[in-house]
Design a protein around this ligand. Structure first.
Ligand code: HEM
Length: 140
């Protein structure tokens, strides 16, 4: 049962980060996000903001498990949560009346780097999850 929840959470994470990445690609070409792309980016961002804490709390149990997860899974988990948090916090900070315009530009640049860094983090998580599964089912 828990294994299926793990899989669903990872699938949801992969899908939402894929949408966020695809909708932010125009920024790589020097364009600002706008129109339908920005709308889709903002809709998917809400899913990540709500889903990342669920994922983080649910996978935390592996650190106390009798049969621990692979090192890759733990590394991928920590990297995914850390990069996801930076991605979210940078946008949150821009909404406060504290940063200057220049600081907002820096925060958005950090946002983009942290967001794109979620991709390798999730790849490590996927490799680790597979290694954990192979270790617990050596003959499958
Ligand atoms: C994998 C995750 C994500 C990636 C790769 C990503 C990437 C990007 C990129 C490249 C930009 C353009 C930055 C620029 O113009 O310099 C951007 C803008 C933005 N992102 Fe994300 N993002 C992600 C997740 C999120 C999340 C979770 C939120 C909300 C909490 C969010 C909210 C925004 C906002 C508000 C903008 C500014 C749009 C504008 O210029 O008006 N993004 N994102």
């Amino acid at each position: 049962m828990f294994v299926w929840i793990d899989r669903l959470l990872i699938l949801a994470l992969v899908l939402v980060v894929a949408v966020l990445t695809m909708t932010s690609l125009p920024a790589l070409g020097g364009q600002t996000l706008g129109g339908q792309m920005l709308l889709a980016h903002m809709m998917a961002s809400g899913v990540l903001v709500m889903g990342l804490p669920v994922f983080a709390l649910f996978f935390l149990r592996y650190f106390a498990a009798k049969r621990p997860a692979s090192g890759f899974q733990n590394l991928g988990y920590l990297a995914t949560v850390a990069t996801g948090l930076v991605t979210i916090v940078t946008v949150f900070l821009c909404m406060l009346p504290i940063p200057s315009t220049h600081q907002m530009h820096s925060l958005m640049s950090l946002h983009a780097w942290a967001g794109f860094a979620m991709i390798p983090a999730i790849v490590v998580l996927l490799i680790g999850a597979r290694a954990t599964r192979s270790a617990s089912h050596p003959h499958s």
